[in-house]
Design a protein around this ligand. Structure first.
Ligand code: CP
Length: 308
């Protein structure tokens, strides 16, 4: 029987190509399940999962919770804002207290890069990283690649450009690892100040001209500028950013082909993407969200099957 090479999902950099194929094949099955009239399966009936979120989330939190409930797992939710973390409790103490209530898996979002890796060394539970600071967001990258595969048939050999704030983006890093593992060609595009200095060492090219990047690509993944992670200004003004790195319908119409537009959300409409693009036929943004549930069901199922 096929199984994942890992016991936790801490980042795409710990996965291999076979792991990604296995997750996608499993997600194909769950996508069919969630489109049935009865969307629930008893697969994780004896498993308890804690979703612990130390940072805000809409899509990831709801998507994991729905994935867990569709698999019939027992689910507990924890938000740091309403917890004893506010009274000074450490991460390990918090999680060990949750685990002593017989929790098998922890899905965690945390502002600190490496928080999930740290936790996996100190607690007895399968850990799923739901985004750790500017480090990785593995399930987002998996659902992004899954959505490209669904739209274009395959990810290998496709030209994908990731546009925007690469420097602060866990989505960018996880996408780069996932896309390269599957044989895609990857470029990043954005202001030089928002592109990490040695990004080429990951096998990607830098393009600072958005029009050229769009002419080259099959898929453009538009990222939000993460103002909440910035303590200085990285570009002169939002207006200037939008003029140089925002995608609008006029720009797309000037290309001699139809490209696929993606965005992980949350969208800043009118900044990195206009509404007429976000809501157009070229956009697969809501397909990404739908696929997120199936992909997360696959990840949870495959990790749960490794719990001794
Ligand atoms: N894509 C994503 O991570 O969105 P949320 O922050 O809303 O979870």
């Amino acid at each position: 029987m096929s199984e994942l090479s890992v016991n936790h999902l801490l980042g795409i950099k710990y996965l291999n190509k076979k792991d990604i194929s296995l997750i996608f094949e499993t997600a194909d099955h769950f996508k069919e399940v969630i489109n049935r009239s009865i969307k629930k399966v008893p697969t994780l009936r004896d498993i308890t999962i804690a979703n612990i979120f130390f940072e805000n989330s809409t899509r990831t939190k709801l998507s994991f919770e729905l994935a867990e409930k569709r698999l019939s797992a027992d689910v507990v939710n924890f938000s740091a804002g309403q917890s004893s973390v506010k009274k000074g409790e450490t991460l390990i103490d918090t999680v060990n207290n949750i685990l002593s209530m017989k929790v098998d898996m922890v899905v965690m979002r945390h502002p600190n890069p490496g928080a999930g890796i740290f936790l996996s060394k100190h607690v007895k539970a399968a850990i799923v990283n739901a985004g750790d600071g500017a480090h990785e967001h593995p399930t987002q990258a998996l659902l992004d690649s899954y959505s490209i595969r669904e739209k274009l048939g395959d990810v290998g050999d496709k030209n994908v450009v990731i546009v925007g704030d690469i420097l602060h983006s866990r989505v960018a890093l996880s996408n780069i690892f996932a896309l390269k593992l599957q044989g895609a060609n990857v470029k990043v595009c954005g202001p030089r100040t928002l592109i990490p200095k040695h990004i080429e060492s990951l096998g990607v090219e830098v393009e600072t001209n958005l029009k050229k990047a769009l002419e080259w690509c099959d898929v453009a993944n538009m990222l939000r500028v993460q103002n909440e992670r910035m303590d200085i200004s990285y570009f002169p003004s939002t207006r200037e950013y939008t003029q140089q790195f925002g995608v609008n319908k006029q720009l797309l119409n000037s290309l001699d082909k139809q490209i696929v537009i993606m965005h992980p959300g949350p969208i800043n409409r009118g900044v990195e993407i206009t509404s007429d693009v976000a809501d157009s036929d070229q956009s697969i943004i809501l397909h990404q969200v739908e696929n997120g549930v199936a992909v997360r069901m696959a990840v949870l199922y495959l990790l749960a099957s490794k719990i001794k």
